[in-house]
Write a protein that binds this ligand. Sequence first.
Ligand code: ADP
Ligand code: MG
Length: 395
Amino acid sequence: MSIGSAAKTGEKRTGGNLPLPFRETETERQLREERDRFEFATEAANVGYWFCNLPFGKLAWDRRVKEHFWLPADADVDIDLFYSRLHPDDRERTRRAIAASIENHTTYDVEYRTVSEGGELKWIRAVGRTAYAADGTPLRFDGLTRDVTDLKMAQEARNRAEEALIRSEKLAVVGRLAASISHEINNPLESVVNLLYLIAATTTDETVRTYTRTAQEELARVSHIVTHTLRFNRQAPSSARESLARIIESTAAIYEARLRHAGIRFTVECGDAVGGLNFGLELRQVFANLLGNAFDASDRDGVILLRARSQRNWRNAAAGVRVTVADNGCGMDPRIRPSLFEPFFTTKGAKGTGLGLWVSREILGRHGGAIRVRSCQGSGRSGTVFSVWLPAPAE
Ligand code: ADP
Ligand code: MG
């Protein structure tokens, strides 16, 4: 065995019985152990590592970096191949990030997509840094890559769910406005229909009868518009039944990353929450608004607790479940309490719609539920608790 191959493959590492020139020195042993630890750490963390001398030419990549770039383990890599495997939209951004990191002595930290020959994509996060000579000349650029495709997909799915929720809230708001308009129109409309009927039934004048018939026909069209077009919004109860825990957890998932990012501690507890609810979409809207409000009211280091518990109704003792959303945010001025559930009441200026609580109360009322609030302002003990009560679904 040659020294070269022993060094490469790491065979006969201790070399205890070998003649002196082949024996591992103490420094070599330490280096090997360090290297083993490094290999173990990168393997266990599923990250790839690369290193290269500056200016860029050949790049030394381990097996996993090559996998991240859709390359076989024995591929020969240089900087041009690196850029050619990046998604065209990510190349310039990555080039700039590398240049900035080398020039400014800062950590390089980017996410880019790599593309296989067949057009498949992976999302990779790369983190690296530059080593410099004493005079500041950049010498080496080393770092790690990690496959974050699953993470990205989950994030995107969450964003899509969030958009869908906002869309459905807007739709529900428009629908509810339309519903209340139709309700308002219906009463006078019915009177006019009755009056026209009376006129038609009591007059003997043929001209009046003709006019009345035309008026009745036109009015029938108005009635049709009111009942069929303006009342389109009611969400038909879904045949799919869901458990409350599922509804709560999927709504919480939408907020989790945002809250964590804002430094807010978020806890969800769905103990013995009921199942078999068929208005999940509407309930998600209620919880999403309560969480959004708690988020708006909270500072960094805030705490938000979302909890579901079996509990009897606070007024009539009916069996059901109580969901609370509690925050230790700014709390509310008692003077605004009477206006909270009014449409368009907001203290958030252009950022708020003032429709969330109004819609929530309407949804809950329609399903036999209720909502109430306790809030407190004062240093060290401010916060708000919204409690939603839902009746246990019929078996
Ligand atoms: P919006 O969030 O668009 O303002 P909402 O109907 O959801 O509309 O809320 C109405 C108002 O109630 C808010 O503008 C805010 O003043 C108050 N509010 C609601 N939830 C909280 C909370 N958790 N803490 C403090 N204030 C709140
Ligand atoms: Mg709101």
